[in-house]
Structures are given as structure tokens and as C-alpha cells.
Design a binder for this molecule. Structure first.
Ligand code: IPE
Ligand code: IPE
Ligand code: MG
Length: 247
């Protein structure tokens, strides 16, 4: 097992895709894939905490996923509630702070209540921030941040010239999380599907064909090793980056 310490990403986000195909290949209903996917969530969260990631953000349900068949949405919500109830002790015992991004007001009460409770109960934890993207869309998040900034301009709190990448980033729901270093997407799709569109600007991307229910810690460590082999240049030259690193 690789234990990545050098240049460990601070913030990893995962597009957990492929539950439906995992189930279909086995002749099972899609929900069985989601159920097995929850086991991957547990393993990946635990491994991330053990190796010392500062932040893990998981795309669990998109703004667009509301348009799936009603029965699938209902079962996904029930699974989400089970997850929050079952993982409560593990999250608290491991000093994990649970947060969420997305329009959580759209979630049914039986999900929102345990979510709010666990967010409050874990708010003081310092070990790792686990963020669930729920009813989340990157475009929607950018529009929300824009509205927030317009309001602040209208009330005279800031001037138009104060709107910049820094203040915009602070108006987003991911404010307070470390910069996004690595995005992993499972299931072979190579797209972002409306995930963290602003934050992804200089993140490294890792795509794997593995379906989410089969994605466990060994593959996470592989993704981290790939990340460690990349040179992040942020628009500079390789020589500049090496000079900065040697200082
Ligand atoms: C990801 O798996 C989970 C959610 C989007 C909620 P999918 O349900 O999208 O699985 P595929 O892509 O159909 O295989
Ligand atoms: C992205 O997967 C959303 C989540 C993983 C929660 P989708 O399955 O919804 O994305 P598309 O439809 O393939 O782009
Ligand atoms: Mg999918």
C-alpha cells in the first residue's frame, strides 16, 4: 500500500459515478448499485482521514439528478438518510467535520434534519472536512455567489471594483475549504457534469473506468500517486516552478 505523504493534495473531490451500470451488469436494480456505492463512500472517507487529507468533497446528488425517475430519487434520499444515521458515530469519533454544498432546502425533512444535526454536532472537529455535494450544481453555485456579490454592492458593503477572483471565491459555498487540488471521476466518463466549475480552474483531473461501487482505497492511493507525479504550473514555466520549489 502506498502511503502518500509528499505533496499530498489538500482537497480531493470525487464524482462518484457508475452505480447504475454496476447494478445493470449484475442484473440488479439500480438502487443496489447505490447501496454498494455507500460502502465505497465509507472506505474512501476512512482512508482519506487516515492518510491526512484536509478536505474530501463527494458529489452525491446533482441539481439535475432531481429529474431522474421519482422512485430512484426516493430511494436515493432514503439511502442518504441511512448513511447520515449510520455514519454519525464514525464521523464524530474520527474528528471529521461534516459540511454540505448545494441547495439542501430541497432535500426532504427526513434527510435535512439528520444532515443539519450532524453538521452542527461535528462543527468543532478539526481532523478532516467531509463535504457532501447534495442537490448541487456548479452553475447554480456560481449564480448564487453572483447574487450575493450584487447584494453586497447594492448595500454599499463593497464596490464593483472589489469584485475579483478572491472575493468571488469567498462568496461561493466552498469558501473556507482548501483550494481544490484533485478531481477524480469514476465510471469512464470524462466530463464534470456541473461539479465545482469555478473551483476546478487549476485542479488536476483523474479519470478511471472503475465503477464507483468498485472504487476502494487501493484505487484512491493510485490516483494520489498519479497526482504526485504531475507538475502543476499555474500558467508559469517549468523552470519557474522548479525555482519556487527549491526556495
Ligand atoms: C452515480 O451513479 C450516483 C448518482 C448520480 C446519484 P449513477 O446512478 O449515475 O450510475 P450510472 O452513471 O447510471 O451508471
Ligand atoms: C454526476 O453523475 C452526478 C453525481 C455523481 C452525483 P451523473 O451520472 O448525474 O452525470 P451524467 O448525467 O453522466 O453527466
Ligand atoms: Mg451516472
Amino acid at each position: 500500500m502506498q502511503s502518500p505523504e509528499k505533496d499530498l493534495p489538500r482537497h480531493v473531490a470525487i464524482i462518484m459515478d457508475g452505480n447504475g451500470r454496476w447494478a445493470k451488469r449484475r442484473g440488479l436494480p439500480r438502487i443496489e448499485g447505490h447501496r454498494r456505492g455507500a460502502d465505497s463512500v465509507r472506505d474512501i472517507t476512512r482512508a482519506s482521514r487516515e492518510i491526512g487529507l484536509q478536505a474530501l468533497t463527494l458529489y452525491a446528488f446533482s441539481s439535475q439528478n432531481w429529474d431522474r425517475p421519482v422512485e430512484e430519487v426516493r430511494l436515493l434520499m432514503a439511502l442518504l438518510r441511512d448513511y447520515l444515521v449510520d455514519e454519525r458515530a464514525e464521523i464524530l469519533d474520527n474528528n471529521i467535520r461534516l459540511t454540505s454544498i448545494g441547495e439542501v432546502s430541497r432535500l426532504p425533512d427526513f434527510v435535512r434534519e439528520p444532515l443539519d444535526e450532524l453538521k452542527a454536532a461535528s462543527a468543532g472537529n478539526t481532523g478532516m472536512t467531509l463535504t457532501l455535494a447534495l442537490s448541487y450544481g456548479g452553475r447554480e453555485a456560481i449564480i448564487d455567489a453572483t447574487k450575493r456579490l450584487i447584494e453586497r454592492v447594492q448595500t454599499g458593503e463593497i464596490r464593483i471594483q472589489d469584485v475579483n477572483a478572491l472575493s468571488f471565491g469567498e462568496a461561493l459555498s466552498t469558501n473556507g475549504l482548501p483550494p481544490l487540488d484533485l478531481v477524480i471521476r469514476t465510471s469512464g466518463e470524462q466530463r464534470l457534469s456541473n461539479f465545482l466549475l469555478w473551483e476546478v480552474a487549476y485542479a488536476e483531473l483523474h479519470f478511471t473506468d472503475t465503477l464507483w461501487p468498485d472504487f476502494r482505497r487501493a484505487e484512491l492511493f493510485e490516483a494520489l500517486a498519479t497526482y504526485q507525479g504531475r507538475e502543476r504550473r499555474f500558467g508559469l514555466t517549468s523552470e519557474q516552478i522548479r525555482l519556487i520549489a527549491s526556495k
